[in-house]
Design a protein around this ligand. Structure first.
Ligand SMILES: Cc1ncc(COP(=O)(O)O)c(C=O)c1O
Length: 365
């Protein structure tokens, strides 16, 4: 099948760009002496996780939620770090089961209650491995930097739990537009995370992992000596939000595209396409960008003003669009847009060469 024969709207992955993104990030990390722990929350696709791991230099893979980890495990993928703390009793029981089912599960914690709960489902022959989540002054999850050592001492009271490391992920910094500002702020916070990690590692020799980082701060964070691996996610697909920030490390190109088509064009200067808010997650301030091959069509702008089912394109009056005309878009934010679709159509040049299931779609538990 050819790309132009796909029904719309559909999500596609440009395989050449995707493969290059994987190699660029792998080489960038290994050149800095770090490993990758790619985040599957971005793509929710076991085939992409397999390819990231096969590309090499990976310490493991990340899942945001337990149900994502369960779906990755079902697809035969182990060595998963769940990057959000969990404390609902039913989910704690499921972590116990998953921990017995796959090798090298790791779970982040930020509260003594979670530690006690996890200890109750761990066993001598099935210890649960933990990472302490430290809060990079964001307030979302994590213990304060200066409470991390005390928390490690609490964890050490439970022989069925093993403290493997520390996680510090500064989500609020990833899209700061100025590269200099983003890097400076990330270095400041990661140095504080590194100090907490060093203090814990000094007393707990098993604590060897210091992980964190997203695509946006990766160039700064690999310069922190204590960082062992970087949890980058978006680099493999990219989106309009990331394309709007200044790069200070290698560039990653937009591999993820949405193919939509014009369904109505009875007015000069604007047209309606078949991708509205149900197809493209709304990120205020970072609308999707229209792209033709690898060139952005800056004269054509997308907005969500036509609602759930329809996208609104505006353009100069000399631009003429026709019903059925295909419009390719780089979506605003890859993670939640991928979560709206069942499949990624994999394209090499103009040809559709594969179909990858987004089987972690909807896994928000
Ligand atoms: C804990 C954690 N680590 C890593 C990432 C990956 O970040 P990015 O997609 O910016 O590379 C995310 C994304 O939200 C995250 O929540």
């Amino acid at each position: 099948m050819l790309k132009k024969e796909l029904d719309t709207p559909s999500l596609i992955i440009d395989l050449d760009i995707f493969e290059k993104n994987l190699v660029v990030m792998r080489d960038f990390a290994s050149g800095a002496g770090k490993q990758l722990r790619p985040h599957a929350k971005t793509h929710k696709c076991p085939e992409i996780a397999r390819r990231q791991l096969a590309c090499g230099n990976c310490a493991g893979i990340c899942a945001a939620k337990l149900s994502e980890a369960e779906a990755l495990a079902q697809a035969g993928i182990g060595n998963i770090l769940i990057t959000s703390p969990i404390s609902v009793p039913g989910k704690i029981a499921r972590i116990g089961a998953l921990n017995r089912a796959i090798p090298d599960l790791k779970v982040t914690v930020d509260h003594p209650v979670q530690v006690e709960q996890l200890a109750s489902v761990a066993g001598k022959d099935s210890p649960i491995h933990l990472l302490i989540d430290v809060d990079p002054e964001m307030g979302r999850t994590g213990v304060a930097f200066d409470r991390a050592l005390e928390f490690a001492r609490f964890i050490a009271k439970f022989p069925q739990l093993v403290l493997d490391g520390v996680q510090c992920y500064a989500g609020h910094l990833q899209h700061i537009v100025s590269g200099a500002e983003r890097n400076a702020e990330s270095s400041r916070l990661m140095k504080r995370g590194a100090a907490a990690f060093r203090a814990i590692a000094a007393g707990f020799p098993g604590c060897r992992i210091f992980t964190g980082t997203g695509t946006g701060t990766s160039a700064a964070d690999v310069l922190i000596p204590e960082v062992t691996d970087i949890q980058v996610g978006s680099y493999c697909m990219m989106d309009a939000e990331y394309l709007a920030v200044e790069h200070t490390g290698p560039e990653y190109a937009p591999a993820l595209r949405m193919i939509s088509s014009v369904i109505s064009c009875n007015h000069a200067g604007h047209a309606t396409i078949d991708a509205g808010t149900k197809a493209i997650y709304v990120t205020p301030g970072a609308p999707p960008r229209v792209i033709d091959g690898n060139t952005f069509r800056s004269s054509v702008a997308y907005d969500w003003n036509f609602g759930d089912e329809h996208g609104h394109l505006t353009f100069p009056e000399n631009v003429v669009m026709a019903p059925g005309e295909r419009v390719e878009l780089v979506v605003s934010h890859c993670d939640p847009t991928v979560n709206l679709f069942d499949e990624l159509w994999v394209v090499r040049g103009e040809e559709v060469v594969d179909r990858w299931e987004i089987s972690l779609r909807g896994c928000c538990q």
